[in-house]
Design a protein around this ligand. Structure first.
Ligand SMILES: Nc1ncnc2c1ncn2[C@@H]1O[C@H](COP(=O)(O)OP(=O)(O)OP(=O)(O)O)[C@@H](O)[C@H]1O
Ligand SMILES: [Mg+2]
Length: 301
């Protein structure tokens, strides 16, 4: 533990910042930007790049000091032996200035664009998560020997943290995409359900006209509405119109047929349960009240 009297080194602070960001709720773009900012605090460089391994290609996720051309392309492992060496190495690799292997970012540095400019110091580490290589982190400098003094243990720690950060961000991205997709599917189904539910209220009598006015009146509110009437008079149709005329119309109308709900499961159907609440409750389940939140709950029968 660190006490107030102990000074933490700037390196340790940069590493701690990466670790803290792992559990913070951040947008994907911010996650990469903050990770790269921490990398720059740890490695004095002219360019840095965070790449995600997708099959046999490395794809830049974020970069510093690199031209947009360098950032917008994909790097095939077998076309870029330096990247391949980095991905295979168990520890961060520092390439000698006279390394015969071409640097993938030669000519791609904003500070020195063009094919004649060669990178002079280059380091990279494979990013792993749970034993799998998930990407790479590279740093380049136009000054030979710029990375010689860097502590190898610091680079190993940085690689481990950056690997976890990359994995976290990838997982969050995938989850966000799935949630977004499900949301759109649900909306689509909802719209179809609304379209196929009943239709217009027919009738021109004074009673039907009064009914329409009452529906419009209560639909605009969040009041509880009790719909009564003999069988077949159109209570369900009225419920659909109350929902359809309300500000909640884009959300769900959840229909619960209470007559078909045995008392023993009514509570969990309406209010939900958590996993393990009773035999057979293998996972958390939302109740109808929770599902209808923001929309309308229709307790029929
Ligand atoms: N005024 C009306 N305009 C158009 N359709 C109507 C009207 N009244 C009833 N209906 C139709 O009659 C049928 C029965 O209506 P609904 O199911 O809403 O009745 P209910 O009051 O819920 O009956 P129950 O008590 O048996 O459940 C539905 O197909 C409904 O669309
Ligand atoms: Mg009914």
């Amino acid at each position: 533990m660190f006490t107030n009297t102990q000074q933490t080194s700037p390196e340790l602070e940069a590493l701690l910042d990466i670790a803290k960001d792992l559990t913070a709720s951040l947008a994907t773009k911010d996650r990469y930007a903050r990770l790269l900012a921490a990398v720059r605090r740890l490695i004095p460089c002219d360019a840095a790049c965070l790449l995600r391994l997708e099959g046999q290609e490395l794809v830049p996720m974020a970069g510093y000091g690199l031209t947009s051309a360098a950032l917008s392309r994909r790097y095939r492992r077998r076309d870029h032996p330096r990247l391949d060496v980095i991905l295979r190495a168990a520890e961060p690799v520092r390439f000698r200035p006279d390394s015969p292997l071409a640097d993938p970012f030669d000519g791609g540095l904003s500070a020195a664009p063009g094919p004649l400019h060669k990178v002079h110091a280059c380091l990279g580490c494979a990013l792993t998560e749970g034993g799998d290589v998930v990407g790479a982190l590279t740093a380049d400098s136009l000054e030979p020997g710029r990375f010689d003094a860097l502590d190898q243990r610091m680079l190993i720690t940085l690689g481990a943290l950056a690997g976890a950060a990359l994995r976290t961000t990838t997982l969050i991205e995938a989850l966000e995409k799935r949630v977004d997709h499900r949301g759109r599917v649900a909306k689509e189904l909802l719209q179809r359900a609304v379209q196929s539910s009943g239709g217009d209220i027919l009738g021109v009598s004074a009673a039907v006209a009064a009914l329409r006015r009452e529906i419009a009146l209560v639909a605009a509110s969040d009041l509880f509405v009790l719909i009564t009437g003999e069988t077949g008079v159109g209570k369900e149709l009225v419920a659909h119109h109350v929902h359809g005329g309300s500000p909640r119309r884009d959300e769900a109308l959840i229909h619960v047929n209470c007559a078909a709900l045995p008392l023993s499961i009514a509570e969990s159907e309406l209010f939900g349960h958590v996993a393990g609440a009773f035999t057979g409750a293998t996972r958390d389940r939302a109740g109808k009240f929770e599902i209808a939140d923001g929309g309308t709950l229709f307790l029929d029968e």
